[in-house]
Structures are given as structure tokens and as C-alpha cells.
Design a protein around this ligand. Sequence first.
Ligand code: FAD
Ligand code: SIN
Length: 517
Amino acid sequence: MYTNYLVIGSGVAGLTYAVKMAKKFPQKTITIVTKGNKDESNTKYAQGGVAVVLDKSEDSFRKHIQDTLIAGDGLCNTDVVKMVIKKGPKRFKELIKLGTSFDTDENGKFDLGKEGGHSEYRVAHHKDITGYEIERALLNGVHKLPNITFLPHHFAIDLLTDHHLSEKENLSCFGAYILNQKNNKIFTIKSDSTILASGGIGSVYGHTTNPEIATGDGIAMAYRAKAKIKDMEFIQFHPTALYTSEKGPAFLISEAVRGFGAYIRDKKGHRFMLNYDARNELASRDIVSQSIDKELKKTGDNCVYLDCTHLNIESFIKHFPNIYQKCKGLYIDISKDWIPIVPAAHYLCGGIEVDAHGKTSIKNLFACGECTRTGLHGANRLASNSLLEALVYAHNIYKYHTENSTKSNLTIKIPNWNDKGTQITKEHILIQHNLKELQAIMQDYVGIVRTNYRLEKAKIRLEIIYKDVEELYKKSKINTTLCELRNMINVAHLIISQSIKRTENRGGFFNTDNLKK
Ligand code: FAD
Ligand code: SIN
């Protein structure tokens, strides 16, 4: 199959880019492949909203830039921070024009929320289901455009590059190998330009706010294709994931709830954040998560608590209906009960290195959204800056395509997928066992607080899993779970090896051995 523009992923990054390209180039074809249902993505679960400066009488670019730089702990690219924040309002307004609805007050002004690390109220939201609303509007936009072909339940396995022709440094991308998850057939999609918009990596950790699709596929594919990958050690742990005995992704209690006035307490009722940071509960995420982790290690407790009992309950329900209902379903009456919470893996600050046009180090391969390392987040992302980043970079990549030709040499011989000699695996237990082990290693040895000893142990154990799974991969017919596990192993390798190399603590990265230096 051939398409002009191949988009891998259907969250905010992929869909925003696809809509813009399809409108600008009605004669060209855009193909979106996504591995699950059309809307399944991290985007769909975003709660707090989009951080954006909308009212310059109360906020300023300068303050948003400053807050982002402080959160990033000295590792942001200042030019990128300025660019994203200044372009934010325009991109936000385009989202509204597309049909996304954001909450307003009785005077018609945006009802802006506040989150950790923000010095002003600047988070535009749709109740506590902002991502759901954005995804809805974007999908609606996509469905109106006849030159977009949407292929849900199609899994991108690997990128097509010219690596098999030569070992040259300057590789180009020509599309991807795709698995149709319904009939298990593998085919190639050749394209002039390919964009990875494949999202995050939360599933690499056992305990995460991300949905199960967040397996870092795009990063692993790019890594195998020899693209530059950076800052993988900076995993952001969200401080307030709901603590339950339920299996699967952890439900998020939005940081906006703390912006609304909730307190964090230990089981005795002590507001311990007062001992850690002058911003108390509204310190940036890295600080709050590390403080909770310290308290839990000290007390041996399983969780701490979010106290909303002093807040106006009617107003709370209006702002956070989804969170209220979720708690109610678990018999937590937030007007009387504290909400049990614990940090969970939430966001990857690093990823595929891109420039301001979203270009990767491979020709005709672009990347956008959570799978990228743009330089905006540095060592720790400021809350609600990622939807903003995806909107701005989707536009920049689109703009680049309007000003530059990306025509590929598609006469190049790309081999078809070769699975000669492989068999349908009967070893599902091996896949499941290795997945559990991988997640346990990452959770226990490569979590909020790391040590050299634990990182070295993680490296050794990962090597065993890697060999096991590579062996299985070579002799098996491809299936989604096996590919995802292989990708997660690649991602874990990048996180561990880049963590071992980092010798100073910054933002979301904390290794106790670095304190001794
Ligand atoms: P995603 O939205 O994750 O989309 C990735 C897409 O790629 C999915 O469609 C997936 O199926 C597809 N895909 C992946 N691998 C493959 C493959 N191999 N083949 C085919 N398709 C593939 N950020 C904010 O700014 N504000 C918030 O309030 C906020 N709240 C959040 C709350 C939660 C619970 C979570 C989990 C995240 C939150 N974030 C928030 C972060 C933000 O939602 C994400 O960073 C952002 O939505 C990522 O968008 P994306 O398009 O890059 O990736
Ligand atoms: C939240 O609502 O707490 C999540 C915001 C984010 O991850 O940016």
C-alpha cells in the first residue's frame, strides 16, 4: 500500500497533524494506523487540561516560561520553551474552532484551573475529562475528511528504512511494516513521510496511570532504526493516583484537585508537604512524588491521602464529576472520607529527539507528542504542558511539509516481511511471565528513587529477559503482545542505561548515590 503521509497513532498529536495535512493537501492521501480502537490513547484520559496563557491581564508568557523552566530543573531548551508557550494560544484557539469545548464561567471567560508548579491559574479544561473531549472533536474532524484513511486495529511493527542497503549514517524512512490485528496479515505501507505519534511508555511500569496501549512502540521502533533517543531517565511519577486493589491502569486524581485546594495528609492527618516545599501541595510533581515516596518508606504505609473534606462539595462535583463518581463507586464519599493515593508512572519527559520542526535524525521520519524529546520538559514536565506541546509540534510539522518537499525515492527495494520458518507460538506463558517480571523490575529497581546497585541489578535481569524474548521473537509468527513486550524491553533498556549514565540528580531523576558525590 502507498500513501503520501503515514501517521502512526491517533491521540492528540497524530490526529491534529492528520487534520491539518488533509485540509491543506486535499489531493494527497493521509493514512492513520492505530493499534486499538480509534480513540484509545493517553489523550483520551487527560484530565487537568491544556496549560495556556489566555488572559494577559492576569498571566503572562514570561510567567508560564519561568514556571516551565523551574519545573524542568535546568535541563529545558529555553528557545523551545519560549516557542511552545508563545504559539500555544493560537493552537488552542484552532482546537476550539474544530469543535472542542472548554469550560467557561458565568461571564463567558475561560474557567482556568491551577496545577503543581504553576504560579497562575492557566489550565483550560473540559470538566475533568479534557482529553476525552479533545479526542472526540479531533476524531469528528478526521471523519469529515475524505482523503484520510483510518486503519484502527493496525499495529506498526517496524519502520521501513534503507539500513539493509548500506550501513550509512544518513538513513531515510519509507514507511512501516503493519500488522492487521484482525486477520494477522503483515503488509507494508510506503510513504513519502512518516510521523510517529505513538505516545508514552507507562505500561513498562507495573503501576501506571496510562492505558495498556502505552508500551513505547514508537520509541522502540525509532531506536531499532537508529534514530537518536534522549532523556529516557526522566520518568514523571504522578503523585496522586488512586490507591486501590483493582488490577490494571491506576485511576488518576487530577492535580487540579490540589489546585482546587485539597491537602495531602499521612494516615495520622499530618500535612507533610509543608515540611518539603514552600509551595506545599502545589510544588511540582517531581517534588511531591519524591516526598510521598520518602514518607511511605519512613512509615511503611501503602498510601497517603488526599483530603477534600473542607472544600465546597457542590463546586467540587461541578468541576470534577468523573473523579467524584469514581470515588463514590468505591464507597469513598469525598465530603467525609480522605481519598487514598499513591504515586504512579505517568509521563515520559524524554523520547525520540526532534528539532523544532519535529524532524528526527532519520530523513522523512517525524515524531510528535509524548514519544518525543523536544527540549520543552527538561528533567520534569510542568503539569498540562504535554497536550500543548503536541498541538504546537503537530502544527510545526504540518508547516514544514507546506514549505518543504518530502518526496521519498520509493523505487528503492524494500523487502517484504519475511516470516519463513516461524510458527504460531504456544509459549504465551513465556510472554506473560516476562512481562510481569519486566514490570516488577522497573517498578522496584527503576522507580522514583534509584540507586546504582538496583540499576545494575535491573540491567542484569533485563538482559536475561531480552535474550529469552528475542529467541521467541525470531521463531514465532508475530502477534501484538509479543511485539509490545519486545518494545517495552527496548524502552526499559534505554531507561536503565540512560539512568546509569546520569551522575547528577535533576527534576524527576533521583539516585541516592548521586548525593554522595
Ligand atoms: P497518545 O494520546 O497516547 O496516542 C498514541 C497513539 O498511538 C494511540 O492511538 C496508540 O494506540 C497509538 N499507537 C501506539 N503504538 C502503536 C503502534 N505500534 N502501532 C499503531 N498505533 C500505535 N497532559 C496534559 O497536558 N494535560 C492533562 O491534563 C493530562 N492528563 C493526563 C491524564 C492521564 C491519566 C494520562 C495518562 C496522561 C495525561 N496527560 C495530560 C498526558 C497527555 O495526555 C499525553 O502526554 C498526550 O495525550 C499524548 O498524546 P500523544 O498523541 O502523543 O499520544
Ligand atoms: C492531571 O490532571 O493531574 C494530569 C495533568 C498532566 O499530566 O499534565
